[in-house]
Design a protein around this ligand. Structure first.
Ligand SMILES: O=C(O)CCC(=O)C(=O)O
Ligand SMILES: [Fe+2]
Length: 237
């Protein structure tokens, strides 16, 4: 507890490095905002519990085969619209209807966008009128990663909201032109919020590695979860 009674992110769950208290808001690229420890411990716990529910079949957590034939090392579950390489549809791979997009997640993501951009929200395409309708939950078992890609299956330029839970990862935020440098490597820890919109909305990005065992045991999670919340721009039906 701080002297004023507030709980510093990381203390409840124990943070031997003490580093989290010093981590501050940053803007790694124009339109990209990182808010470390944005989710408090309770919010993290309830999101992990929610992910467990969303992971249940039908239309639950599944592996994804890429058109090249390989399997992605993450497993995922989509809400609102089912993502496949490369597009969205209403039916999951097992033929079941995709789970609905939870309205609480929409509220959380709108708050995330407002907190990330503050008064500058009006300058970021689709931020002030953010109406997300998709969440993609990725589970990274130890050793999983995600190659550099653009999130370009949506039909809007509204920002992507990314929430991280569990193991820390190295997230590579690249440029909009190529999969090569320049890029910035960011450490995303449990509770961190990253919003990428505006000029960085179509930047290449990926997860270079996770750091196994860095998740606090209190979270009851093996590996890493990432939730991205997006606006599809697709017609409701
Ligand atoms: O796991 C992450 O932090 C990124 C996930 C991602 O890029 C995606 O789902 O498109
Ligand atoms: Fe992505």
């Amino acid at each position: 507890m701080r002297e004023d009674g507030g709980v510093i992110q990381g203390e409840l769950f124990g943070d031997p490095s003490g580093a989290s208290a010093a981590r501050e808001r940053s803007e790694p690229a124009p339109g990209a905002v990182l808010l470390p420890g944005w989710l408090d411990d309770d919010a993290q716990l309830s999101l992990v519990a929610a992910c467990r529910e969303w992971a249940r079949g039908p239309a639950g957590l599944h592996s994804v085969r890429m058109p090249t034939g390989g399997m992605m090392s993450v497993r995922m579950v989509s809400l609102g619209w089912h993502w496949f390489p490369y597009g969205y549809r209403r039916v999951a791979d097992d033929g079941a209807p995709v789970k609905p997009f939870p309205s609480e997640l929409g509220l959380l993501a709108r708050r995330a966008v407002a907190d990330a951009y503050g008064p500058g929200i009006a300058d970021i395409a689709g931020a002030a009128s953010y109406e997300p309708d998709i969440a993609i939950v990725n589970h990274y078992p130890h050793g999983a990663k995600m190659g550099l890609h653009q999130d370009r299956d949506e039909r809007t330029d509204a920002p992507v909201v990314s929430l991280s839970l569990g193991d820390t990862c190295v997230f590579r935020l690249g440029n909009t032109e190529t999969r090569t440098r320049p890029w910035t490597d960011l450490e995303l820890r449990s509770g961190d919020l990253l919003v990428f919109g505006g000029p960085t909305r179509l930047a290449y990005h990926g997860v270079v590695r996770t750091l196994p065992g860095t998740a606090d045991p209190a979270l009851g999670l093996v590996g890493r979860l990432n939730i991205t919340v997006r606006q599809s721009g697709l017609a409701a039906e």
